[in-house]
Design a protein around this ligand. Structure first.
Ligand SMILES: [Zn+2]
Length: 412
């Protein structure tokens, strides 16, 4: 039985039919639809010579034992955002399953190294606002204390929702055991952006995931009557924030792949007849280079103080979250480039703006590589998310080639 990429597409469609409604995929982690997806997936791997178990963080491991205990890991996530697309995360898992099948048949159930497919639990963090949950437990970067108090929109506590699915947060650290013998990690993912399509390329090599600086910025001015307060007497907090919203484009624009986003802006008192006395903004800055990221953060702070002074306001910053850039493994990047070139004829190296489970695995010190396949119109986290059928097939083939190359690299 050789690799059959068209089967992957058929299985993705099967999963879509099972777990989507008219608004898109509904495989939100720790919900019944997600459990249904996992049950369906278990039925797909049951006829292979594999061992299957869930670890203490709810990650699903399907292991094909090899001649060596050293393991090649291939990962993805069956969970989706609400009203999500059919490919995000699921392509990785089902392409990985196809690669696992190929290894099982080519080596009569015993490949040179152990091959492990992992479906990470709760990559999206859609319900509790905590992304990369399962992979961070695996990597040992998870902080249980911070997450224990989280609740969903209906007030259901994270701890209780996980327990319902058989996962005890206190036992998260036991998931680190799965790192034993891990020699490399591979992940295929849809790009979720417009770059590959604009270049006319089906596949790309991911250099790493960008570091993120995420902050709340609050400008304080003076609430005042919109009729009686002359323009030159105002301390308009929104004016200062608005200047910063435009300035971050220039701050990011100095660097090829950097991005800065002011995604939220709240004004107080927020009525039509008052000058804005307080304005709360959020800033999200990303780059693959830690120096660039630090520079952008510094420049945004300086600009905010300048604009605050110009508008006779003050400004304060508080960090919401940050993560350092995670560059992937140079030798595996080369192998990924070879696999992509052999499959599609050309290749492109690019950073990933979105975070992925691969970043957590790499932070745990496991050599990691990631491959992107083109997204149509750069749209994801949306039911219209799509990729051309021939590109999907190529991505399965390229992942398979990369897996073979990585096995050879591991036994060398
Ligand atoms: Zn994803």
């Amino acid at each position: 039985m050789s690799l059959n990429p068209t089967r992957t597409i058929a299985e993705l469609k099967e999963l879509r039919a099972l777990t989507s409604d008219e608004n898109g995929a509904q495989r939100v982690a720790w919900t019944d639809t997600w459990l249904k997806a996992r049950e369906w997936f278990a039925s797909k791997s049951s006829d292979l010579p594999v061992e299957q178990h869930y670890d203490s963080a709810g990650n699903n491991w399907v292991t094909l034992p090899g001649a060596s205990e050293r393991a090649l890991l291939i990962g993805g996530h069956l969970d989706s955002v609400p009203n999500g697309g059919w490919l995000d995360g699921a392509l990785n898992v089902l392409a990985g399953l196809e690669v696992l099948r190929r290894f099982a048949s080519e080596f009569h159930g015993r490949p040179p190294v152990t091959i492990r497919l992992v479906d990470w639990a709760d990559e999206e963090g859609a319900r509790f606002g905590r992304s990369l949950l399962g992979s961070s437990a695996f990597a040992g970067t998870h902080s249980i204390a911070t997450d224990r108090g989280r609740a969903d929109r209906d007030g259901v506590k994270m701890e209780d929702a996980l327990r319902r699915c058989g996962v005890e947060m206190d036992r998260f650290p036991e998931a680190e055991r799965e790192r034993k013998n891990a020699g490399a990690y591979l992940e295929l993912h849809i790009e979720q952006g417009p770059v590959l399509e604009s270049l006319g390329l089906p596949l790309g090599v991911v250099l790493g995931t960008k570091g993120v600086e995420r902050h709340n910025i609050t400008f304080h001015g003076q609430e005042a009557h919109s009729g009686s307060t002359p323009m030159n007497a105002r301390r308009d907090a929104l004016a200062a924030a608005a200047k910063l919203a435009l300035e971050i484009r220039a701050i990011a624009g100095k660097h090829a792949d950097a991005v800065c986003t002011m995604g939220s802006l709240k004004t107080f008192p927020g009525i039509v007849t008052a000058v804005v006395g307080r304005c709360e903004a959020t800033l999200d800055q990303r780059d693959l280079n830690a120096g660039v990221l630090a520079q952008m953060y510094r420049e945004a702070q300086e600009a905010s103080r300048r604009f605050a002074a110009e508008e006779k306001c003050t400004v304060e910053w508080s960090r919401l979250w940050n993560i350092e850039p995670v560059p992937f493994h140079p030798a595996l990047l080369d192998l990924c480039e070879q696999a992509v070139r052999e499959t599609s004829g050309s290749t492109h190296r690019m950073p990933s703006g979105p975070l992925h489970d691969a970043a957590e695995v790499s932070r745990a010190g496991i050599p990691t590589a990631m491959m992107f396949v083109q997204s149509l119109n750069g749209i994801s986290h949306n039911k219209i998310e799509d990729t051309r059928q021939e590109h999907l097939e190529m991505s399965v083939t390229a992942l398979d080639k990369l897996a073979s190359k990585t096995v050879n690299w591991m036994v060398k």
